[in-house]
Design a protein around this ligand. Sequence first.
Ligand code: AFP
Length: 320
Amino acid sequence: HAADAHRTDLMTITRFVLNEQSKYPESRGDFTIVLSHIVLGCKFVCSSVNKGEEQKKLDVLSNEVFIKALVSSGRTRILVSEEDEDAIFVEPSKRGRYCVVFDPLDGSSNIDCGVSIGTIFGIYMVKDDHEPTLDDVLQPGKQMVAAGYCMYGSSCTLVLSTGNGVNGFTLDPSLGEFILTHPDIKIPEKGKIYSVNEGNAKNWDAPTAKYIEKCKFPKDGSPSKSLRYIGSMVADVHRTLLYGGTFMYPADKKSPNGKLRVLYEVFPMSFLIEKAGGQAFTGKQRALDLVPTKIHERSPVFLGSYDDIEEIKALKTFAS
Ligand code: AFP
């Protein structure tokens, strides 16, 4: 759009979130502060990725940046990172009401060949002032107050939901600000794409194999679906959100819980997909209903367009 090149009313992510939070009279602005610290971490990672830093250093660096930013916000209580075996309990003088679960650099095995990677995060709020315990973060995904991801690709895109709708922001490098570019994202009801690591097919269960067979050889006269698999969850889910279809990391005989981590991969992505009008299913239940028992727990996941996941649910239910 020609007018867009000269837009002067810039909706930055901070302005957007402040507007949203002002609808809640009880809001103290703490959430906006937590989010702005996450945004800072994303900008740091984006610039390091663009400089072509090595994988190992970048993993460790990104994790450090997010932890330092979140602790110094003074608004967090417990942090769970993919990079750290143990949860981090923020010291009392810096404690706040929010728990943040995150994967600072997901898909990092893709860094060295320039494939898109990303940061994934989910945010829980603790309601009272009890001494923090792991139970504060071992909560079903439906209790999250916000979730999002930032994708470091040809541009840097941050997708966020604070509970109503899903919005996408693109980093304008000349301003150093994330600007609203994808307002109110809705996932198409049905898609033409399926996304799964087919190399694991020999170990799949029957319903998974049956669904993928249907994608390739539909018997109802519909066209066969296209396969797209990047192997970087943020990029695969981002495409699914915008174009529709399914993204799957099923259980298999070798990995009965699949590969993806519940707290900082399955939950945030399922939250976004549901808020955009799609569905996320573990193979047994709604993904956001899962109650994790360990911070690094894994779960199979089938997420995407509403109608496509409905089809998978029917096969899975039939099987059990
Ligand atoms: P890496 O961080 O080891 O690259 O793992 C990325 C990831 O957790 C996720 O981003 C992908 O969706 C998934 O693994 C891909 O796994 P497969 O390589 O088994 O397909």
